[in-house]
Design a protein around this ligand. Structure first.
Ligand code: TYD
Ligand code: MG
Length: 450
């Protein structure tokens, strides 16, 4: 009898161990080891591409050959449309709209005459039909397959020869070659390997939907993100109607590009002017609100940062942030304390980025500082002023990139004054009517604003 090989595999990072462990030595997570049967090695002829080496000049490129989706922002996020043979992974919280978005994408593609296949392992045909009705997807070119068996999926892809494939979701796909349960690391790895390979070999682009863990990363092995060409994340909380699709990895375009959508009764609709949307509910003349022109990917977007700084009434001061990095806020509060002499140590600080946007670039530092100080001093910031700049540990204001683009967006939205780092403003070519205020330190910023 053949001996079955088993191993304990960390469900977080894929680390293998011959025995069960409480803590994974590789990623440090607790209680992640699950016993799984190891896969027999497949014959190499089956998995290889079997192509001879060729000079790079003689390889055809598909740059012109991208498939346009027709949702302008979605094309933008992908770097200019779908690349043939690519695999795109889309992650996001449950109920955020992954299935809806991809069904819409498939609907648009089908309308242009492409044969597309939507594979679902989560919903029944009826449920997909119901969703399709809401978003108006009824094209005869849109095929639906309800299936979780990897072998059957590959068979139908081979038979139908679609031009784009969606797999909703990769965690539900099950290969009978392995005995471990669907959703386990080995199954996810096997299913994605085979699907990605099929894409590469046949040139059919595939979209894989992935669940996320409670930490916000795509469930399953981290290698999944390495294997695919593009990783998109769906952001935004279900309390808001706004949804942001962000590219965090893209082999065929810039990363951190975003597309903004609004969830409506008939599916997701594109928001063509995100700045207007994020600023639409801005209070006028209220202390604690600052507007920053933030660069998301390659395009500038204006967002409002709100702060509430109030004296701690009980115990340890709280620092709560939504949309900006918690540690960054603590750091900036420390700078204000040490360099400018404002003692925030006995104050609670709450910071929120309006509209559910997540800001990651350091250029928003000045916005955080301004809104915190505005709330602390109870003095509103002039409503036609935007601020941008990175703050260093000694209170100096550091340069940011793409200043012209930021200023242009601010001017477009009716702002007439921009506070920016002194270092960069000497060689600026700004045509817009905009008063530029140069500052070198946080102290200068506060002197100017308040
Ligand atoms: P869904 O695409 O099922 O999310 P996911 O696949 O990421 O889990 O989105 C479901 C949510 O979207 C659900 O709360 C209902 C809402 N929704 C609308 O508001 N309008 C619509 O037209 C559709 C199809 C869904
Ligand atoms: Mg879904």
């Amino acid at each position: 009898m053949k001996k079955i090989k088993v191993a304990f595999i960390c469900q977080n990072c894929g680390h293998q161990s011959p025995k069960w462990m409480g803590k994974c030595p590789s990623c440090g997570e607790w209680n992640q080891f699950v016993e799984e049967e190891l896969r027999e090695t497949t014959q190499s002829a089956e998995i290889g591409f079997d192509e001879a080496p060729v000079p790079i000049g003689s390889i055809e490129d598909d740059e012109k050959d991208r498939i346009g989706i027709g949702i302008a922002d979605m094309d933008h996020v992908l770097g200019g449309g779908i690349v043939r043979g690519s695999a795109v992974l889309i992650g996001g919280d449950p109920g955020i709209g992954k299935s809806t978005l991809l069904l819409q994408v498939m609907h648009y593609l089908a309308e242009t005459g492409l044969k597309v296949l939507y594979i679902s392992g989560e919903e029944s045909g009826r449920q997909i039909k119901m969703r399709g009705k809401r978003i108006g997807a009824s094209s005869p070119n849109l095929f639906v397959l309800v299936e979780i068996s990897l072998e059957n999926i590959l068979k139908y892809i081979g038979e139908l020869k679609p031009e784009v494939v969606v797999v909703d979701s990769i965690q539900t796909i099950y290969s009978s070659a392995l005995s471990s349960a669907p959703g386990s690391v080995s199954q996810i790895r096997e299913a994605s390997e085979k699907l990605i390979l099929t894409s590469k070999k046949t040139g059919i682009p595939s979209f894989l939907i992935g669940h996320v863990t409670k930490e916000g990363t795509i469930a399953g092995p981290r290698v999944l993100e390495h294997m695919v060409d593009t990783v998109l994340y769906f952001e935004g909380d279900s309390g808001h109607a706004f949804r942001i699709v962000r590219s965090v990895k893209n082999r065929f375009g810039p990363t951190n590009e975003i597309a903004v959508f609004e969830m409506k009764g008939d599916g997701l609709s594109e928001v063509t002017n995100p700045s207007a949307l994020f600023l639409s509910e801005r209070p006028t003349g209220a202390a604690g609100s600052a507007v920053v022109p933030s660069i998301e990917g390659t395009r500038p977007i204006l967002v409002e940062i709100q702060s509430l700084v109030s004296e701690t009434t009980f115990g340890i001061p709280r620092r709560t942030t939504i949309g900006v990095d918690h540690n960054r806020v603590s750091l900036l509060a420390a700078v204000l304390d040490k360099v400018c002499g404002f003692h925030l140590g006995n104050h609670d600080i709450f910071i929120n980025v309006a509209g559910g946007v997540k800001l990651v670039e350091p250029a928003v530092d000045l916005g955080i500082v301004s809104s915190m100080m505005s709330s602390f001093l109870d003095r509103p910031i002039d409503s036609a002023t935007v601020v941008c700049g990175e703050v260093g540990l000694t209170g100096e204001v550091r340069g940011v990139n793409q200043v012209e683009a930021r200023i242009r967006e601010a001017a477009r939205m009716g702002f007439n004054r921009c506070v920016l780092p002194r270092i960069i403003s000497s060689d600026l070519a700004v045509k817009e009517k905009m008063e530029l205020v140069e500052i070198g330190t946080v102290k200068e910023l506060l002197d100017f604003l308040f």
